[in-house]
Write a protein that binds this ligand. Sequence first.
Ligand code: SAM
Length: 330
Amino acid sequence: MPLPTAKLTDNFGRSFSYLRLSVTNICNFRCSYCLPNGYQKSNTCSHLSVEEIKNLVAGFAAIGISKIRLTGGEPTVRKDFTDIVRAITGTGLINKLSFTTNGYCLKKNAREFFEAGISSVNVSIDSLDQKNFAKITGHDKLEIILAGIDEALAVGFRSVKINSALLREINDHELDSFIFFVKDRPLTVRFIELMQTGDNYDYFKKHHLSSEIISEKLLARGWKISPREFDSGPATEYQHPNSLGKIGIIAPYSKGFCDSCNRLRVTASGDLRLCLFGSGSFSLRPFLQNPSQKKELQEKIIELLHLKTASHFLGAGESGLTSNLSLLGG
Ligand code: SAM
């Protein structure tokens, strides 16, 4: 008998409709705050197969997950990325499927991805200056990535967002370039405050900058906070009458940031992570081997959810198991 659609709710009354699924921990970029020495083979995990992902999605959907973001590592380095997209959309169970990418192959593949059923993309661009971009990411690819964004808009992506990690003395002087970039483009740039991870302590100390500075500058330039939409996620968004695009701010160190948490995370090898910076990791893989295990999978997730804490402890410098975000996708 099929289980009734349950709601995933934790001990603090938060309900969960959003899953971030990492499909690989491999990344082809070397972002200075994340993987400055590039992806190291020793970290290789055995990635969930398309079949395992299908079983995972069916299980989560039956208990209320309706939105999935594919991330990594760099999710599009998986040769079967389009198959994963098709498998998920093919279940008919997910209302919104999106992905986060560094955009290196978007110009070439945006149409293929879109036709497979994915229509929201977040592209990470930390600088709009070619040299600065290359310095931060280790790759001189800004131009092709920007062309990929235009391609995503042209093929019909419903939502295109740019994520930019806010880095003191590295890109904090580029706010006006980003404002200019979104003036005539229907997209949102979101500045994400740099987060401390296990690997980046010295970098974090040197380059973390409170996003309040960006907020003050936006207000001074006539931007106004947009009314929050239902399910709008953790960003505070700003709009301006002369701009088609928006600017957002994600401030994970701000008070109450976790109160509206609506997301769970699964690593590329199938471990459930209840919090990006938590210290618990629970393998769901044994429950993904056969569609008939769906009920067991659901019960396991519901049981584990009670271990979710009220907030992360980033403010106290505790980043849990997360040595860098390539393992979980941010
Ligand atoms: N490869 C994909 C990409 O580049 O978007 C997905 C994975 S990447 C880890 C996801 C996002 O996490 C990127 O926007 C990146 O800038 C952000 N990120 C990584 N480490 C971070 C940190 N320590 N603090 C804030 N954002 C971080």
